[in-house]
Design a protein around this ligand. Sequence first.
Ligand SMILES: *[C@@H]1O[C@H](CO)[C@@H](O)[C@H](O)[C@H]1NC(C)=O
Ligand SMILES: *[C@@H]1O[C@H](CO)[C@@H](O)[C@H](O)[C@H]1NC(C)=O
Ligand SMILES: *[C@@H]1O[C@H](CO)[C@@H](O)[C@H](O)[C@H]1NC(C)=O
Ligand SMILES: *[C@@H]1O[C@H](CO)[C@@H](O)[C@H](O)[C@H]1NC(C)=O
Length: 126
Amino acid sequence: MRRFFSFITCIVITAGCSVSDNGIVNVKKRDNFSLIVRTPEMKIVSRVTVRKRNGTQEVFRHCSREEQNHGCKPFNSERTTLQIGNEAVCVTLLDASTRDEGVYDVEVIDNKSIRICRNFTVALTG
Ligand SMILES: *[C@@H]1O[C@H](CO)[C@@H](O)[C@H](O)[C@H]1NC(C)=O
Ligand SMILES: *[C@@H]1O[C@H](CO)[C@@H](O)[C@H](O)[C@H]1NC(C)=O
Ligand SMILES: *[C@@H]1O[C@H](CO)[C@@H](O)[C@H](O)[C@H]1NC(C)=O
Ligand SMILES: *[C@@H]1O[C@H](CO)[C@@H](O)[C@H](O)[C@H]1NC(C)=O
């Protein structure tokens, strides 16, 4: 029930910002934007990693409690929020600026080590 609720929250949050399925995210300066990865067949999300292709630097990492017990260290910034729903994982970055432009690789891994990877190209408009 809680997971279902977070997916609804994700929809509500992303309704007002720039979202795209084809990997292109056009966002206005100061708006929030979301990187959404559909995960319909995943039951338990163990890790979510977001890398920016400017040296493949990690900008966000989520580890489930079990993964943390295995040494995974979560990494976050104040501008990043995560929603894990039944159908999708949604990473939202707040207050877009030119430093956010670029290509992102998002990797979602479940507790059976099945991984889904998506890339997103973020560009500022206006
Ligand atoms: C971005 O998200 C934050 C936190 O949810 C919210 O307070 C703010 O109004 C949003 N900004 C825009 C431009 O929608
Ligand atoms: C890559 O982008 C991140 C997030 O925008 C930034 O914090 C980092 O300094 C950048 N790294 C390089 C090597 O430009
Ligand atoms: C993954 O989670 C599911 C659902 O809780 C569980 O049934 C399964 O045994 C878990 N698999 C592993 C490898 O931990
Ligand atoms: C993103 O992924 C798609 C398909 O998975 C691929 O065709 C495309 O070249 C990738 N884009 C970038 C910028 O890596």
